[in-house]
Design a protein around this ligand. Structure first.
Ligand code: HOZ
Length: 428
């Protein structure tokens, strides 16, 4: 039940963009219906092209932890723009941002800025391979690390077989450089390292998964990852594009007390503008050109507008001592209203949350891995999503995505969410 203005805009967009969008999930195919075309956003709200207001839990898929159009970020970007949009030469504020990132995430001893999280992951894994002299990368089914060919893979049959492409256009030979394991499966990890340890360059994971919906790690799983990679000379890469600066000032690695060798950041790091970062151990980053033989570059890497937005955002997070406690309280309140509405409806729903990331899974089992997530009733989720939208709440349009709470969500948005959820769950 989308507005007529968006429906017209969507029809037009489909003549120019595949599926009418520039990123597939935005097309609403996973929930049905027509996407809301956004006109503007402020705080915890979006306005559709027809002028209707929505409480927003998409948050641009993670970056908008301060809410939309935060005045400090807007001013920083406006000022940066008056000095020129891009130079292709180093600037002082890049190093200021790097210093701040290293202050908040101490494992980031050295780093490189990119224009997206995808590029950050590609850079991190290339340097991991260059540093170790090994080719194989291990990922976990259900984790998403951007669009690199060798990461668009799922597990083949049998434990830890080579990855099988999940996208047309990915050569099988390239997919075969990635091994895929079930998330949270310590035994599978141990078996793989016992069999193939000396061939593995890196293990990459979302330390809390957002890309199959919100799935927290078992503490012993993270511990095993750290000790097994260290014991076999492989690098542990935390993809914190989503969790960085969100689950704590220092990201998931601070929250769980595990230090990876390399980390990828993005989203919040760029304050809503395109910025990715990879970094970590100085001896590993010393392999990156021009210091070392691992090539990686980008015309808009360290773009002054994105760096200004990132600096303004991270300074708020650093300087507000109550920020994460308040975010935790409002996120917990959202979890409660969703859980209560689901319970009242009699539906089997697992509301899973870590910090300000949360997901109502339409299944009767706790979701620990992709096999669990795959039991969800995605059609029911689609009906629930449409119900929320009709009630003025924009939830991510796919079962296997996390919702994001920002510091701008308040008692009013909570009340609106509670009312919407009560009706939407009841109508599923
Ligand atoms: N990478 C996002 C899904 N986890 C989608 C981003 C977008 O469509 O904007």
């Amino acid at each position: 039940m989308t507005d007529r203005v968006s429906a017209d805009l969507f029809r037009h967009a489909q003549q120019r963009f595949p599926g009418g969008v520039n990123s597939p999930v935005r097309a609403f195919r996973a929930v049905g219906g027509t996407p809301v075309f956004v006109d503007r956003a402020a705080g915890a709200h979006l306005w559709g092209a027809d002028g209707r207001r929505y409480v927003d839990y998409v948050g641009s898929w993670g970056p908008m932890i301060l809410g939309h159009a935060h005045p400090g970020v807007v001013q920083a970007v406006q000022q940066a723009m008056t000095r020129g949009a891009s130079y292709g030469a180093p600037t002082a504020i890049e190093t200021e941002l790097a210093d701040l990132v290293a202050e908040l995430v101490p494992s980031m001893q050295m780093m490189r800025f990119t224009s997206s999280g995808t590029e950050a992951v590609m850079g991190a894994l290339r340097v991991a391979r260059g540093f170790t002299g090994r080719d194989l990368v291990v990922k976990f089914e259900g984790c998403y690390h951007g669009g690199a060919d060798y990461l668009l893979v799922k597990a083949g049959s049998g434990l830890a077989t080579f990855g099988v492409p999940t996208s047309a256009g990915v050569p099988a030979a390239i997919a075969s450089t990635c091994l895929v394991l079930p998330y949270n499966d310590r035994a599978a990890l141990e078996a793989l390292f016992a069999a193939r340890g000396p061939e593995i360059a890196a293990v990459i994971l979302e330390p809390v998964v957002g890309n199959m919906g919100t799935v927290p790690p078992h503490p012993e799983f993270l511990g095993a990852l750290r000790s097994l990679t260290a014991a076999h000379g492989a690098l542990l890469v935390f993809d914190e594009v989503m969790t960085g600066f969100r689950l704590a000032r220092g990201g998931a690695q601070e929250r769980f007390g595990i230090t990876p060798d390399l980390t990828t950041l993005g989203k919040i790091a760029g304050g809503g503008l395109p910025l990715g970062i990879y970094g970590g151990r100085a001896d590993v980053l010393a392999k990156v050109a021009p210091l070392g033989p691992v090539y990686q570059a980008g015309t808009l890497s360290g773009n002054p507008l994105a760096v200004a937005a990132g600096l303004a955002t991270l300074r708020v997070l650093r300087d507000d001592p109550t920020f994460y406690a308040r975010l935790e309280a409002s996120s917990s309140a959202v979890e409660t209203v969703l859980r209560e509405a689901a319970r009242a409806s009699g539906r089997a729903v697992q509301v899973q949350r870590t910090g300000s990331m949360l997901t109502p899974f339409f299944t009767d089992r706790v979701v620990n891995c992709w096999e669990d997530a795959a039991t969800c009733d995605t059609a029911a989720f689609g009906r629930w999503h449409a119900g929320m939208l009709a009630e003025g709440v924009m939830w991510p349009p796919a079962q296997f995505e996390a919702g994001f709470v920002s510091i701008a969500h308040d008692d009013d948005t909570l009340e609106a969410t509670a009312k919407a959820a009560a009706r939407a769950f009841a109508a599923v």
